[in-house]
Design a protein around this ligand. Structure first.
Ligand code: ADP
Length: 561
């Protein structure tokens, strides 16, 4: 940047030398008749243009490199920071919004370096040096040249405010646009099936129309500042011609003086306009900078404690004690207490919305409770290093997040330390070969965006293969197998059974079969533990569990009947 600035300064100062060279050209050559000096002065002017050309190419190349690298670093830093933020943040900030911040706002800021260096390096230096030339020729003329300047101040301030407001609006609309597109493309099936293409298109068009309006208004107000400069410069020219013209006519000043002064003024005109335009551009960058810093100021809520160091827990039993969690005013867990013994299977059952998945999120610290203690191996989970804690868990759920990569990449998840034999064993355990072998490219078949080219059961088996490879001591299973056909269900169940052997397993159970074999069943209702025990003891109690069982049992009877 320093080098680019220096080159810009050289480039900027050539204009002043150019205007100054006009004085000897007029006075010595044209008026004075020194024909020999034409070579010297002409050569000087020519070399100024060569210097200008060389410095402008070099400084622009440097500036582009600076701008690109800062933008790249900013994007990487932003993503790094975003990845430390808790799950809750991403529920209030849609993907579209965040994509627009990372891409759109950094792009808007990217130009700011070029702007500053070009502006302050080249244009300001050009202006100052031209002003020096003007004052050197005639300080009084110079004073006349700037008589109109005070007219500029107030309108410029107003225009800047207006631009900032419009650009803020524009950035918000751009977020909306990205969000709409993201939701439309992700929800394409629902859009087609519900035939809401027109509705979605309408909403999108509205946002676009609003962007067009804001863009037009901001561009018009941006143009207002250079336009004001035009007017002020016009007034200056007028004043100098009136006053200076008379002096030259009376022979008080030379034509060379006037020409040099006039050309300095004319040469100042473009840099001045550019600086005026820069004031508007700066507002645009400022809005994006504020938004970017706003994001960086956002501290992660869930984080490792400073003193959190203990290594892996000695035993993997889990205990929740009076755990409470609310989302806003909505109390999701109202004092949940239970234990899950190491190496045993504990089933969580209860009506939908009872808080079962929330418990998984608490254990893995995707969210922290407002009060209560969660212990792993007798130690508060808050005392573990966050990464170390998450290493203890494998989570398998049906909405296994698959990436738009091959099946193999989706299972390996970037790990390169896995031997082919281990991979094969994991695949076998998860019954992956049963479907992968039938695919044209086998394991190298792409899974499609979000795994959309695979079936639910296939996705789940990939998730199980991931868990086998991960080999974590605690298994969290969201056993949503109801959507599977009998064969896949059996395969998935079998894979899950193998996986949970010898591990501390918590399973959100939807079907009786799993529950029956569990070492313990915890029945949740309305964010509290309604009852707990084994299948037999709970049936004998004839409480909520027994009624849930009866419900499912009669459903199954009807289904078969
Ligand atoms: P279950 O898994 O038992 O069906 P969940 O644990 O998913 O239930 O949800 C329990 C309750 O918490 C639900 O009423 C749900 O609306 C609410 N909830 C879950 N996550 C959030 C969230 N991020 N923000 C607000 N409410 C939430």
């Amino acid at each position: 940047m320093a080098l680019a600035a220096l080159l810009m300064i050289i480039e900027g100062s050539t204009l002043a030398f150019l205007s100054y060279a006009l004085k000897p050209l007029f006075d010595r050559v044209f008026v004075g008749g020194e024909v020999g000096a034409v070579w010297l002065i002409g050569g000087f002017i020519l070399s100024l243009f060569f210097i200008r050309a060389a410095t402008s190419v070099a400084s622009r190349a440097l500036m582009t490199a600076v701008a690109q690298r800062t933008a790249a670093a900013l994007q990487v830093d932003m993503l790094r920071h975003l990845l430390t933020l808790e799950g809750g943040f991403f529920q209030t900030h849609s993907p579209g919004k965040l994509i627009e911040r990372v891409q759109g706002d950094t792009a808007a800021v990217q130009s700011v370096w070029t702007l500053l260096i070009t502006g302050f390096g080249r244009d300001t230096v050009a202006l100052i040096s031209l002003a020096v030339v003007a004052v050197a020729i005639d300080p009084v003329w110079a004073a006349f040249a700037i008589v109109g300047t005070p007219l500029l101040i107030l309108p410029a301030i107003v225009a800047q405010r207006y631009i900032r407001r419009k650009v803020q609006h524009l950035r918000q609309q751009a977020e909306q646009r990205a969000t709409r597109l993201d939701e439309i493309f992700h929800g394409i099936t629902a859009i087609k099936l519900n035939r809401i293409e027109g509705y979605q298109l309408g909403r999108f068009s509205q946002i676009i129309a609003s962007i067009v309006r804001a863009e037009t208004k901001s561009a018009a107000s941006r143009a207002a500042i250079p336009a004001l400069i035009d007017i002020v410069t016009g007034i200056g020219f007028f004043a100098v011609i009136l006053f200076g013209g008379a002096q030259i006519a009376s022979g008080e000043r030379t034509v060379g003086d006037f020409m040099a002064f006039f050309s300095a003024m004319s040469l100042a005109f473009q840099p001045l306009r550019r600086l005026g335009d820069m004031a508007g551009q700066w507002q645009i960058a400022l809005v994006s900078l504020r938004r970017i810093y706003g994001l960086f100021d956002r501290e992660p809520v869930v984080r490792s404690r400073a003193a959190a160091t203990p290594p892996s827990p000695a035993d993997t039993g889990l205990r929740l004690d009076d755990v409470r969690l609310s989302y806003g005013d909505h109390e999701v867990l109202r004092g949940v207490s239970f234990t899950a013994e190491a190496g045993k299977t504990t089933a969580l059952v209860g009506p939908s919305g009872a808080g079962k998945s929330t418990i998984f999120n608490l254990l893995t610290r995707l969210v922290d409770p407002q009060s209560g203690v969660i212990e792993l191996g007798g130690q508060d989970i808050l005392d573990f290093d966050l990464d170390r804690l998450r290493d203890q868990f494998s989570v398998v759920s049906q909405d296994a997040s698959l990436f738009d990569e091959t099946i193999r990449e989706n299972i390996l998840l970037g790990r390169t330390d896995i031997a082919e034999a281990d991979l094969q064993r994991a695949l076998q355990a998860a019954h992956v070969p049963e479907f992968a072998e039938a695919l044209p490219l086998g394991l190298d078949t792409p899974a499609g965006p979000r795994g959309s080219s695979l079936s639910g059961g296939q996705r789940q088996r990939i998730a199980i293969a991931r868990a086998v490879l991960r080999d974590a001591p605690i298994l969290l299973l969201d056993e949503a197998t109801s959507a599977l056909d009998a064969t896949s269900e059996r395969l998935v169940q079998d894979a899950l059974d193998r996986l949970s052997e010898g591990r501390t397993t918590l399973v959100i159970a939807h079907r009786l079969a799993t529950v029956r074999n569990a070492d313990k069943i915890v029945v949740l209702e309305n964010g509290t533990v309604a009852e707990e025990g084994t299948h037999e003891t709970l049936l004998a109690r004839d409480g909520l569990y027994a009624s849930l069982c009866r419900l499912q049992f009669s459903d199954e009877m009807q289904g078969r009947g």
